[in-house]
Every structure is written in structure tokens, then in C-alpha cells.
Design a protein around this ligand. Structure first.
Ligand SMILES: CC(C)(COP(=O)(O)OP(=O)(O)OC[C@H]1O[C@@H](n2cnc3c(N)ncnc32)[C@H](O)[C@@H]1OP(=O)(O)O)[C@@H](O)C(=O)NCCC(=O)NCCS
Length: 157
């Protein structure tokens, strides 16, 4: 399988928003219906993806198979929490592979490229947040070396 990974450009914005929207629809039940599923098309969503495209501390990559966009990954570099002993922390912000193209190594190719970018930028630690019930994504992240570190609990009050 010949997957091409490249930096996203402005012309890819529409397809990235569409993929991100699919991720929101998929996650909605895991978030007990509390997500703004229209977020990818909102002012904040557009602003987020524009920053991901152009920001010096952001990376937005897309994966293509035979010229078709089949997935993307967004990553960024931020300040580590002051109680950690490193200054900067990488974050895998979000990613999705189109249904029908999963389990073919596309996600792996995207993650590896993001890790390469982190290392090039001098980043040695990276985090990813996933919903607790997203077992497949958690398996995927653990397979790529992420270890369970924190758990966030939420309730209605
Ligand atoms: C999670 C995701 C990004 C993985 O991408 P992918 O291209 O399918 O992954 P790869 O083919 O590179 O890697 C496959 C490995 O990941 C894990 N994995 C991926 N999909 C899995 C699934 N459906 N069930 C169980 N494990 C899975 C397995 O360890 C698998 O290895 P194996 O095939 O040897 O068993 C993709 O399945 C996806 O887009 N999921 C929906 C969106 C999502 O949940 N995104 C993350 C939230 S931010």
C-alpha cells in the first residue's frame, strides 16, 4: 500500500473539516450527547484548523491513497504544566482515517511523521487525549508507545 503523507494546505480545509465532523458524530455517543457536533464548521473550528495549518508550533498532515485524502492528523507543541520537569510537551490533537481505509497502516504512517516532527523540534514527550470508551483508538495509541498516565472523570452536578 502506497500512502503519501504531506502537509495540509488551505485547499484541504474542506476535506479536513468533513473528516473532523465525522469524528464528532462518532464521538457524540461516547460524550453522552454533550458535543457541539457542528464545531468543525464553526468560527472556533475554522480558527483552530487555520492555526493548525499555519502555526509555527502546529502540524497538520494529510494521508493520500491514489490522490484521495483518506485521513489527517493534527499535532501541536505547547508549554508543559509547571509541575512537570520538561519545558515543552507535544500533543497529538486529533486524527481520523476514513472508514474503509482503516487497519491498513495509514494511521501509523501519520503518527510516525508527527513523532518525527516532534523530535526535530526537540520534543521528547507527547500526550494524546482520547475518550475512555474509544477502545480502538486507545489500542492504536498504546501500540504506538503511549502509556496510560491520567484519567479525567466528569459528572452532572
Ligand atoms: C484509530 C485510527 C486513527 C487508527 O488508524 P488506522 O489507519 O486504522 O491504524 P493502523 O492501520 O495504522 O494501525 C492498526 C493498529 O491500531 C490498532 N487498531 C486500529 N483499529 C483498530 C480496531 N478497529 N480495532 C482494534 N484495534 C485497532 C491495532 O493495534 C492495529 O494493529 P493490527 O491491525 O495489527 O491489529 C482509526 O481507526 C480511526 O480513524 N478511528 C476513528 C477515529 C478516532 O477514533 N480517532 C481518534 C480519536 S482523536
Amino acid at each position: 500500500m502506497d500512502v503519501t503523507i504531506r502537509k495540509a494546505a488551505l485547499k484541504d480545509m474542506g476535506v479536513i473539516q468533513k473528516l473532523n465532523h465525522e469524528l464528532f458524530l462518532d464521538e457524540q455517543r461516547r460524550y453522552k450527547g454533550t458535543l457541539r457536533t457542528g464545531w468543525p464548521y464553526s468560527k472556533e473550528g475554522r480558527k483552530y484548523f487555520l492555526k493548525a495549518l499555519k502555526g509555527p508550533k502546529d502540524l497538520l498532515l494529510i494521508a493520500e491513497l491514489d490522490g484521495k485524502t483518506v485521513g489527517y492528523i493534527a499535532g501541536s507543541i505547547g508549554k508543559a504544566k509547571s509541575w512537570r520537569n520538561m519545558k515543552k510537551m507535544g500533543e497529538l490533537d486529533n486524527m481520523i482515517i476514513l472508514k474503509g481505509y482503516r487497519r491498513r497502516g495509514v494511521g501509523t504512517a501519520l503518527v510516525k511523521e508527527l513523532f518525527r516532527w516532534f523530535r526535530k523540534k526537540g520534543i521528547r514527550n507527547a500526550t494524546v487525549v482520547a475518550s475512555y470508551a474509544n477502545v480502538k483508538a486507545l489500542d492504536f495509541y498504546r501500540k504506538h508507545g503511549f502509556r496510560d498516565m491520567e484519567i479525567v472523570l466528569e459528572k452532572r452536578v
